[in-house]
Design a protein around this ligand. Structure first.
Ligand code: UDP
Length: 328
């Protein structure tokens, strides 16, 4: 029995493939390699293609004995989603529809879904609980919420059970040093800050200094990518044991402001990281911090790499060893 990982050549997908390999799972990966890197796939059988290509996806299901899917393949940039929402609906929502229809056709009844704190929008409570209101402030979060709702109705109609994992801010790199974060263009705070430390950028642009937070910059809950990967493995196990559909937040439960992240990166790297304050980025909520109590109780998940110094330290090791990412 194989696990199909869509988007398995991407950042969180590749770390999840690594975690599945450590457990001896048979793995099939589908990635269109638009954002992903084939060098990030440490094992398993990689198919290069798009979920929206029905013939291609049919071949993948035909050729493999798939019992569960972990679905990462999606566009995931808040800023881009505000400028080009159509891309997000097409790639994310339509791509997920194609996947669910194929799963239904082949009788695959388990899916673990890569969701996001962006489904909440500006949260009504901090930390955010899974039952809190979902009112996305950006098109990216709206498409992820639409994908979750699609899975709910495929469960009602076809019995496809889903576990949706709403992550807060993924960061860090694999302890082996073999894989890490490499987006093109890079827009995420931790890698951009480390590119400044490496001298690849003159400064970090801080988006907004007038948020209702202690220092005026946005607060986020940073979680190690390998801790996220572990949660996906646990979610597959839960579904294999007959667990029902569920939604879980994944975060450390502690918020750090953009300024605090920069300060910690200065400590970790021992380099100067000049900051320039700019306007707010459209679609950004002020504070996103997770309550992950349910994931701890029901999945038995417990993040083991929680210190932000260590998360940034692992990312720094990757960036220093791979200053051009996967492009050698
Ligand atoms: N951010 C920033 N400068 C950057 C990139 C990000 O000030 O160059 C801020 C962004 O406004 C947000 C936080 O850092 O408040 C985390 O952003 P990121 O894009 O890493 O993740 P997101 O929260 O959008 O998933």
């Amino acid at each position: 029995m194989a696990v199909l990982v869509t988007g398995g050549a991407g950042y969180i997908g590749s770390h999840t493939v690594a975690a599945l390999l450590e457990r001896g799972e048979e793995i099939v990966i589908v990635d269109n390699l638009q954002q992903g890197h084939k060098e990030a796939v440490l094992g398993g059988k990689l198919y290069s293609g798009d979920l929206r290509d029905a013939d291609f996806l049919g071949t993948v299901f035909q050729e493999n004995d798939i019992d569960a899917v972990i679905h990462f393949a999606a566009s995931s940039l808040v800023g881009e989603s505000m400028k080009d929402p159509g891309k997000y609906y097409h790639n994310n929502v339509y791509g997920t529809l194609c996947l669910l229809e194929k799963m239904n056709q082949y009788g695959v009844k388990k899916i673990v879904f890569s969701s996001t704190a962006a489904t909440y929008g500006e949260p009504e409570n901090v930390p955010v609980d899974e039952l809190d209101r979902t009112l996305p402030t950006n098109a990216y979060g709206e498409t992820k919420l639409a994908m979750e709702k699609m899975m709910k109705w495929f469960d009602v109609a076809h019995g496809i059970k889903f576990v949706s994992l709403r992550y807060f801010n993924a960061a860090g790199a694999h302890e082996s040093g073999k894989i890490g974060e490499d987006h093109n263009p890079e827009t995420h705070l931790v890698p951009v800050v480390l590119q400044v430390a490496l001298g690849q950028r003159p400064h970090i642009s801080v988006f907004g200094e007038d948020y209702p937070t202690d220092d005026g910059t946005c607060v986020r809950d940073y979680i190690h990518v390998s801790d996220l990967a572990d949660a996906h493995v646990l979610a597959v196990e839960k579904l294999r044991k007959g667990g029902g559909s569920a939604i879980y937040n994944l975060g450390n439960g502690t918020g750090f402001s953009v300024k605090q992240v920069i300060d910690i990166a200065v400590e970790v790297t021992g380099r100067e990281i000049p900051a320039v304050f700019e306007a707010r980025r459209a679609g950004d909520p002020a504070v996103l911090v997770a309550s992950s109590a349910r994931a701890r109780q029901e999945l038995g998940w417990s993040p083991s790499r929680s210190k932000l110094e260590d998360i940034i330290g692992s990312a720094w090791a990757w960036h220093q060893a791979n200053p051009s990412g996967y492009n050698k």
